[in-house]
Design a protein around this ligand. Structure first.
Ligand code: SAH
Length: 358
């Protein structure tokens, strides 16, 4: 497999260009061109340099293989193909304030959460920093727009994979995404979701990237959490809360908890009261979402009215919370659902999601 040029930082590009005997400003041209979503062959640089790059680096590390558009809310779901043939997925959601792209950080995942489709086949491999970035570059390119006015205004690391299980690549990706001379995305427009890898959460607090740290909690006690999230056997909720406090101290950013409402599991009023007790007085927000039921798993979404009751209970206890709409349900919007269907399609003649391609 060739290397990936979008893995390199601006400074690393300068070294590369210098080694090739070219002038330093070429690095800036390459970096800018890549951030505009150009392929190597389209870069506006001397042809000899282009040829040299093409010998070593992938022309298009991440290709959009398929696009599905939700008829319900305009959400777009992408199936991306990597150079080695692996498939990953991403989503572009339209909100009033802009467009949020959800990116994957690994092919598959090894965290084993019972409600999640990404983990069905385990972890295949980590994505490189450039492969994560190229998901955004590919969507920006396919949606059009200018360098100043890009389609993707917000990014969430909530696709397949556990970002902190691929720590170095994810941090490098974040540095390139926020680089002033590139897409210059503000850390405030970026959210990273983790199942709660405590040592990496602590390490990340010191990286100086004040993004929205989101933790998948989904339970109020360690015992209940371990029923759906194996990682709960490794780190306690109290340790996670400690790492969150650390993050707030270092960055001044409040943190967010994801809480997926699963019928008969974590969605009773008693759970809401226990959650409020756990989080009372903390600079945090709770995102509730009803389970997007995964075919392969035996778990059911909480009823809409129970979800609203849960939200009201939290709010009455003074906890800041929102009940999120589940977007793109008709196109396999939940993590890993699309890829899982595609991978299984090869063995059973199942059709892809019932939504229109583009
Ligand atoms: N590995 C990271 C990020 C990926 S998942 C993490 O665990 O946070 C992004 C969010 O979607 C997590 O909160 C995850 O628990 C949740 N999620 C996964 N599958 C889901 C499903 N089927 N329905 C609702 N939420 C789901």
């Amino acid at each position: 497999m060739k290397r990936i040029l979008q893995d390199l930082s601006r400074a690393e590009l300068e070294e590369l260009v210098a080694r090739a005997g070219e002038k330093k400003f070429r690095a800036g041209q390459i970096f800018l061109g890549l951030m505009q979503g150009k392929k190597i062959s389209e870069l506006n640089i001397p042809s000899a340099l282009r040829e040299t790059l093409l010998k070593t680096f992938e022309e298009e590390p991440v290709r959009i293989a398929e696009t599905f558009v939700s008829q319900e809310d305009g959400t777009k779901k992408y199936l991306f193909r990597l150079s080695d043939g692996n498939l990953i997925e991403g989503v572009l959601m339209r909100y009033k304030y802009g467009n949020t792209q959800c990116v994957s950080t690994q092919v598959g995942c090894r965290m084993g959460c019972k409600f999640c489709a990404s983990t069905l086949g385990g972890r295949v491999r980590d994505l490189t920093a450039g492969e994560i970035l190229c998901q955004i570059l590919a969507v920006n390119r396919s949606e059009g727009g200018t360098m100043k006015d890009r389609a993707v205004t917000n990014v969430v690391l909530m696709g397949s994979g556990e970002p902190f299980d691929n720590y170095e690549n994810v941090v490098k990706f974040l540095r390139n995404l926020t680089a002033e001379e590139g897409l210059n995305m503000s850390a405030r427009n970026i959210s990273l979701s983790t199942c709660g890898l405590v040592p990496e959460m602590k390490k990340f607090a010191a990286e100086g990237i004040p993004l929205n740290l989101t933790v998948s909690l989904h339970a109020v006690t360690d015992e209940e959490r371990a029923r759906t999230m194996p990682i709960a056997n490794r780190y306690k909720i109290s340790e996670i809360l400690g790492a969150c406090s650390d993050y707030f101290e270092k960055t001044g950013r409040r943190y967010i908890f994801e809480y997926t409402l699963i019928s008969g599991e974590n969605a009773d009023v008693a759970h809401a009261l226990a959650l409020a007790k756990l989080l009372k007085g903390r600079p945090c927000h709770v995102n509730l979402i009803r389970l997007n039921a995964v075919r392969e798993r035996d778990l059911k979404a909480a009823e809409e009215r129970d979800a609203r009751k849960f939200l009201e209970t939290l709010e009455a206890q003074g906890i800041s919370a929102t009940l999120r709409r589940s977007m793109g349900a008709d196109i396999g919007g939940a993590c890993g659902q699309l890829r899982a269907r595609y991978v299984s399609k090869n063995s059973s003649e199942e059709k892809p999601p019932a939504a229109t391609g583009r």
